[in-house]
Design a protein around this ligand. Structure first.
Ligand code: GLN
Length: 275
């Protein structure tokens, strides 16, 4: 009986040892086929041969659809994004999406960075990291040229006021008490609503408002000081913690600022020089 048990136990120990060895073998095999070190974010981009920028294309002159082909997104931000891609020696792929979904898409890794005239805010900084400020602007109200009833924040009371969903323009509009607020995904739609008399005005970034008054006609820009509280300026966003790509972007902005490229771009896109 004792012999039998000893034999059984020996067999069991043997079996376990063999299983253990196999287990070890398997693990070591796995590590051999895996790359030694995870690729860094920039290495991954270089390996893919492209970098993906997210934006929203109804925001001229920062980004808009090129009327020449009706599909390419062009603008000040896209030229900066292209400079980032050039610095890395990769192609730039542009994803045109809802402004409100950009940070989420960045967090999931669908985008490498966001260049969308995006104002740096504490709220956004919780979910993304931002480059240095590359442009500063303010908020204005765009109304019909023929409308003489809105000249101040007080005049906005009871009026139908729109802004793009998820923007600081939306926040700024809602600082004005008593407005009848409407948000939409696209700035061009909002401008058409003003033109058609569906809403009284749109709160939007100043340069963008000016651009639409020029391209659409029949609209004017009203400056409302109350819409401009604590705007930090615009930055390019990367996934939280992606210091490596952030450095490439900050270096690109530095270079554009020192080699005159930035001035050329502000002139090309009709932005005000900021120095
Ligand atoms: N600057 C504004 C913001 O960051 C609007 C940006 C935009 O509409 N593209 O919210």
């Amino acid at each position: 009986m004792l012999k039998k048990i000893t034999a059984l136990m020996t067999a069991l120990v043997l079996a376990l040892t063999v299983a253990g060895c196999q287990g070890n073998k398997k693990v070591s095999d796995n590590t051999e086929t895996e790359p030694k070190k995870e690729l860094s974010s920039v290495e991954k981009i270089k390996q893919a041969g492209k970098i993906i920028v997210g934006t929203e294309s109804t925001f001229p002159p920062y980004e808009s659809i090129d009327p020449k082909d009706g599909k390419t997104v062009v603008g000040f931000d896209m030229d900066i994004a292209k400079a980032v891609a050039d610095k890395l020696g990769v192609k730039l792929e542009i994803k045109d999406m809802k402004f409100d979904g950009l940070i989420g898409a960045l967090s999931t890794g669908m985008l490498d960075f966001v260049a969308a005239g995006m104002t740096v805010t504490d709220e956004r900084k919780q979910n993304a990291d931002f480059s240095q400020i590359y442009y500063k602007g303010g908020q204005v109200l765009v109304i019909l040229e023929s409308n003489n009833s809105i000249k101040s924040a007080a005049d906005m009371k009871g009026k139908k006021i729109g802004a793009q969903l998820g923007t600081t323009s939306e926040k700024a509009a809602n600082l004005i008490k008593g407005i009848n607020f409407k948000s939409m995904d696209k700035v061009d739609q909002l401008m058409m609503e003003v033109k058609n008399g569906m809403i009284d005005g749109v709160v939007v970034d100043d340069v963008v408002g000016i651009q639409y008054t020029k391209s659409l006609g029949g609209l004017k820009v009203v400056e409302i000081p109350e819409l401009n509280e604590g705007d930090a300026g615009m930055g390019i966003a990367v996934q939280k913690g992606n210091e490596e790509l952030l450095k490439v972007i900050n270096d690109t902005i530095d270079e554009l600022k020192t080699n005159g490229g930035f001035d050329k771009l502000t002139e090309k896109w009709g932005l005000l020089r900021q120095d």
